[in-house]
Design a binder for this molecule. Sequence first.
Ligand SMILES: *[C@@H]1O[C@H](CO)[C@@H](O)[C@H](O)[C@H]1NC(C)=O
Ligand SMILES: *[C@@H]1O[C@H](CO)[C@@H](O)[C@H](O)[C@H]1NC(C)=O
Ligand SMILES: *[C@@H]1O[C@H](CO)[C@@H](O)[C@H](O)[C@H]1NC(C)=O
Ligand SMILES: *[C@@H]1O[C@H](CO)[C@@H](O)[C@H](O)[C@H]1NC(C)=O
Ligand SMILES: *[C@@H]1O[C@H](CO)[C@@H](O)[C@H](O)[C@H]1NC(C)=O
Ligand SMILES: *[C@@H]1O[C@H](CO)[C@@H](O)[C@H](O)[C@H]1NC(C)=O
Ligand SMILES: *[C@@H]1O[C@H](CO)[C@@H](O)[C@H](O)[C@H]1NC(C)=O
Length: 283
Amino acid sequence: MKMLHLATILLTLSGVLTQSSDWGVKYPDKPICAVRGFSVSIPCSYYYPQQNYQVVQMLWCSMNSNKDKCHVPPYVYSSSSNTKSDFEYAGDDKSNCTLLIHNLQFSYSGEYRFRFMTNVSGFSWTGLPGVILQVADLKVSLIRLSGNGTLKQGDSLNLTCDVNCTHSSSQFVWSKNNEQLNTSGPVLHFPALTVRDSGNYTCTWKTNEVSGSETISLQVEGKSSATDQSIWIFVFVTTGMIFIVLVILVAVIYNRRCVHTEQLKEEDSDIYTTVQYNTFTMN
Ligand SMILES: *[C@@H]1O[C@H](CO)[C@@H](O)[C@H](O)[C@H]1NC(C)=O
Ligand SMILES: *[C@@H]1O[C@H](CO)[C@@H](O)[C@H](O)[C@H]1NC(C)=O
Ligand SMILES: *[C@@H]1O[C@H](CO)[C@@H](O)[C@H](O)[C@H]1NC(C)=O
Ligand SMILES: *[C@@H]1O[C@H](CO)[C@@H](O)[C@H](O)[C@H]1NC(C)=O
Ligand SMILES: *[C@@H]1O[C@H](CO)[C@@H](O)[C@H](O)[C@H]1NC(C)=O
Ligand SMILES: *[C@@H]1O[C@H](CO)[C@@H](O)[C@H](O)[C@H]1NC(C)=O
Ligand SMILES: *[C@@H]1O[C@H](CO)[C@@H](O)[C@H](O)[C@H]1NC(C)=O
């Protein structure tokens, strides 16, 4: 009887050791590229014989701080400690080990591994190899193709959006003052600027998992200051003339009104006398 029991335990143990298909962690097998300052969600799932074990602790470790080991602290996340950080666990204690990383820094680049421990001592699992995170910089640069100094009408330029990591399925979307533009691709080409091209241009970079954006402001000046001056002189003269015409009109109307009022006053005194007379006869 005792022998049999021991055999079962041994079988179970060897089952765990050889049949590792019962135990595992799944992450994306390609590196995840994300933009500095933004957030990323690292999809992750794990499995084990759920009828025999219960998960009691979930851990995420960074290979930057743990040299090839995930058995010892420090952890970027541990379900047994309550510290708040840029690393937020969005999974559960059954099968989802999704990790959110906020406020991405270049130093967060590296390999991350998920480890879970069960209620049976010695039965823990670390997902190997881990998932690779690359934190990239998103930059919008203005490349002058003609002209120098302040931007003027007729100048030509390119706005170029750069992300320093390679990603197979990424997409660039441009918008002007928060309205999406029709162009796609990392370059926005202006063959000849006009004043109406002034505005805030945002490049948004998207992959299936992440996105990031960067804005640049364009101010295009009118063609020449001579045109500006003549416009101002025109506005000034026109305003002055309208003012003079108005003054004359007001003066004429006022004069007429004075004459009219004096006539009214004369009629008023007539009425007054009549009323007084009537009152007198009533008594
Ligand atoms: C561990 O949890 C499983 C599932 O809840 C349970 O069947 C098993 O008895 C537990 N084992 C121990 C050693 O607590
Ligand atoms: C795991 O959790 C994340 C965040 O809570 C969720 O977005 C995702 O769909 C879940 N994955 C699965 C396979 O349920
Ligand atoms: C992008 O460039 C920055 C420096 O500008 C560097 O720190 C970072 O590691 C680079 N990211 C990648 C994925 O190469
Ligand atoms: C700006 O451009 C003009 C004409 O294209 C040129 O004469 C001038 O030297 C340039 N100035 C600078 C600072 O590059
Ligand atoms: C936007 O792009 C589509 C297809 O590329 C084109 O048919 C359409 O005319 C464009 N619209 C504008 C406003 O440029
Ligand atoms: C500017 O953009 C155009 C059109 O996308 C491209 O053909 C050209 O090579 C770019 N020039 C520079 C200097 O980036
Ligand atoms: C562009 O952005 C600046 C600063 O964020 C803002 O003050 C300005 O109003 C924006 N211009 C437009 C046209 O949205």
